[in-house]
Design a protein around this ligand. Sequence first.
Ligand SMILES: [Zn+2]
Length: 384
Amino acid sequence: MKYSFIVTIGAAALAVLGPGAGSSRAGEREATQLGSMLKRAQQVRDIQMTDEEELKLGEAVSERIRLRYGVVQDPAIHKYVTLVGGVLAQASTRPNLSWRFVVLDTDGVNALAAPGGLVHITRGALSLIGSEAELAGVLGHEIIHVTEKHTIKAIQKGKMVQMGAGETVGSSGVFNKLVEKATDVVMAGFGRDEELEADRKGIVIANAVGYDPNGLKAFLTTLADRNKASTEKQGLFASHPEMKERFDKLDATIKSSKLTGTATVVARYKASVTYAPVAITAIATVEKGSAGLAGSGSAKTDSSTKAADEEAKAEKPKKKGFGIGRLVAPSSGGEKQASETTGSSAARGVDTERNAKGGGNPKLVAVTLTAADLTTFKKDGKLN
Ligand SMILES: [Zn+2]
């Protein structure tokens, strides 16, 4: 373990970021460590992961995501996002995970939660977010995907990884397949129920620390408007039934749970985040193949790449249109997987945000936080 940068704050431990999960870590070591739990289960759908095992998986998934999009090499923005995320994580049901918050270097608007506490948000998303309460809404949503173990549950439910007869449970192939499937799940978005759960519980923790619980809805409204403006054909988006259901449920939660947080913290957000939004039509994308995540993070991929591709396609969870990224570029062809679409126009239903070009540096940016930093941050933002 290279995690020499975990700071304990009261009962909760908030991990601060370090470049510990370097690319050399994926592979045999993790495979060996996961082997013990796989032996207990024979099939992944039966596994019970320890927090440490979950983190190993999440680190490998994060590595793939970071190789795909790059990481903004700016300690200041990472510190700010980590402070907001850290405050929320402390209020979650799993405050002691090694929470890390990573800003991805792409104009595409997305937020992605890897198992174990690795939450990613894109530069493009930060550019569209208008307040700290909105950021808290998005990060709260992603934090719930982690605390409720949605990725692992999806793999189990879909029986996406199974052991062949005579296959060695500790083999790197099994671990790599887990990583591959988990990455697919994270990138495709979760099912409707999981997304609504993340919305509901996410705004509850945002509210618990004092943020206005309407932040998530405000950001989703911005996304809907952005989409509407991008092409006339996507003008139906604002009345998209899934969006309406989502808004209705957010409102219902605010009412039934009596969420009355008021902190929006606009000024601090504007002072901390100065990215300019890029119109969806102006976002550079990468073509299928180079955009694909499968195999991008590790040399240990199946030799039969084509077969693996087909399999991944077949096993990919159905896109329900609920993920943060999903809300940005749906269209008449919104059910179609972006990776299956040729061409590059948002008007034709390509998931521009997900296929957006990324930066070239996947290295994590170290953040050092103290308990005093968090206390000051909360006080300055008039948080609880
Ligand atoms: Zn989600």
